[in-house]
Ligand binder design. Structure first.
Ligand code: 5AD
Ligand code: SF4
Length: 440
């Protein structure tokens, strides 16, 4: 038998891309591909790209430029572009970089095996359709390969919200939920392979409404089904929209013990004027009310958010309203970005904020968010938390894992196995992690 071919996937962007890269590796695994540790070692390189911010496409073109030498040295090397840049740029990628053999959009990954056959015959392959069939049904994972204790599981994809700054509705397409039975089957399979924690993924995960036996299920109902899966210890989900934070989901945070006390709830801005122009269809006040309800259900929940500064026509007063909202909510962690013009989105047509001004606002915002993150981490010291152990640490006897609140925790003298859920007393807080000791 010939040696297996090697596949190197470089993943950019969100957690859904991480999940998709795993599915692509599995789909190509059927065609005899195994993982290559580096691009130099590969017979096929796939860039799984992100289009959300900045000159994403330009970065991909320059990354592709770096593979020129490799391709010259190894003419059989195949190069592909997947993900949201592939969707947005399509054929243009092959026109600008003729060494690219394959371009595949996020909804067409299940067609990769056929596309691979085509490129091995020396043809080009392009697929950026939004096909009718369920790509996940066709992308069944190879049975029983062992895995680490945490996994992502896509339950919903696409978005119908059309925030004025965002490309997702164009690159990922309309909102679609996967049927509940397929998700449950995949979850059970993951647990059999060693997974203890599943993070349910969707661009608008809390808008989930997948088909169940007796009509559509809400995300909360799906979580309660997953709660019954033996061996699954922890459930998380991301990313949620404030308007879809339904009462049953809020309630589940108080009553479902497998559902972890962490919620990523982007607000983007604290100014109603800007929120309106962003087409967010919520106000600062309605967001704060949702937060209040969640905290009533689960007082210790750790909140995380996304923020955009320098959105078109944002004034200093609008920005101040965002700082005020942050001060009121107190985020445990957050992702903040300078507004980046995305061609084809409505906000791209509006008067832009001066770049230096936007950078300066971003710095002030991040200073406040870092202070809050530090305070919340410090408040963990002395507390007892659950930690799912993910790998050995750098120091002898040490293991590293994530707390219920998603903090990284270094556990000293930890004679336990990867995948164990340990009770840990937090002893210290440093910049991006906590340190603790086993409670024996
Ligand atoms: N500019 C800056 N940030 C953006 N995001 C989405 N689109 C843009 C953009 N054009 C941010 C939002 C979103 C996160 C995933 O990325 O905060 O919640
Ligand atoms: Fe983009 Fe999220 Fe808005 Fe959808 S809800 S358009 S994914 S920012």
């Amino acid at each position: 038998m010939s040696a297996p071919k090697k596949l190197f996937i470089k993943t950019y962007g969100c957690q859904m891309n991480v999940y998709d890269s795993e599915r692509m590796a599995e789909a190509l695994g059927e065609k005899g591909y195994v993982e290559a540790k580096t691009a130099d070692d590969a017979d096929m390189i796939l860039l799984n790209t992100c289009h959300i911010r900045e000159k994403a496409a330009e970065k991909i073109y320059s990354e592709l430029g770096r593979f020129k030498g490799l391709k010259a040295a190894k003419p059989d090397l195949k190069i592909g572009v997947a993900g949201c840049v592939a969707q947005a740029e399509g054929q243009e990628i092959m026109r600008r970089q003729p060494m690219v053999d394959l371009v595949v959009g996020p909804q067409s990954y299940h067609r990769l095996p056929e596309m691979e056959t085509k490129i091995r015959q020396g043809e080009k392959a392009l697929d950026t359709d939004f096909p009718e069939e369920d790509k996940f049904e066709k992308l069944k994972s190879r049975p029983k390969a062992k895995r680490g204790p945490t996994a992502f599981l896509t339950v919903q994809e696409g978005c119908d919200k059309f925030c004025a700054f965002c490309v997702v509705p164009y690159t990922r397409g309309a909102e679609v939920s996967r049927p509940a039975d397929r998700i449950l089957t995949e979850a059970r399979d993951l647990v059999e392979r060693g997974v203890r924690e599943i993070t349910l993924l969707g661009q608008n995960v809390n808008a989930y409404h997948g088909a169940g036996e007796n009509g559509d299920l809400t995300l909360a109902q799906l979580i309660w089904q997953l709660d019954k899966v033996d061996g699954l210890e922890r459930i998380r989900f991301t990313t949620s929209h404030p308007n879809d934070m339904m009462d049953d989901l809020i309630e589940a945070h108080g009553t479902c013990t497998k559902l972890m006390p962490y919620l990523h709830l982007p607000v983007q801005s604290g100014s109603d004027k800007i929120l309106k122009r962003m087409n967010r269809s919520h106000t600062a006040e309605s967001y704060l009310r949702v937060v209040e309800k969640i905290r009533a259900a689960r007082p210790d929940i750790l909140l995380s958010g996304d923020f955009i500064v320098g959105f078109p026509e944002e004034t200093e007063a609008d920005f101040q309203a965002t700082l005020d909202l942050i001060a009121e909510v107190k985020y445990g962690t957050a992702y903040s970005f300078k507004y980046s013009t995305r061609p084809g989105t409505p906000a791209a047509e509006r008067p832009q904020v001066d770049d230096a001004e936007a950078s300066e606002r971003l710095q002030r915002l991040q200073a406040l968010l870092s202070r809050q993150q530090r305070e919340i981490q410090e408040s963990m010291v002395g507390r007892e938390v659950g930690v799912l152990l993910e790998k050995p640490g750098r120091l002898s006897g040490q293991m590293v894992g994530k707390s219920d609140y998603l903090h990284s925790v270094h556990v000293s003298d930890c004679n336990r196995e990867v995948g164990d859920l340990a009770r840990v007393r937090i002893m210290a807080s440093s910049t991006n992690s906590l340190a603790g000791e086993l409670i024996r």
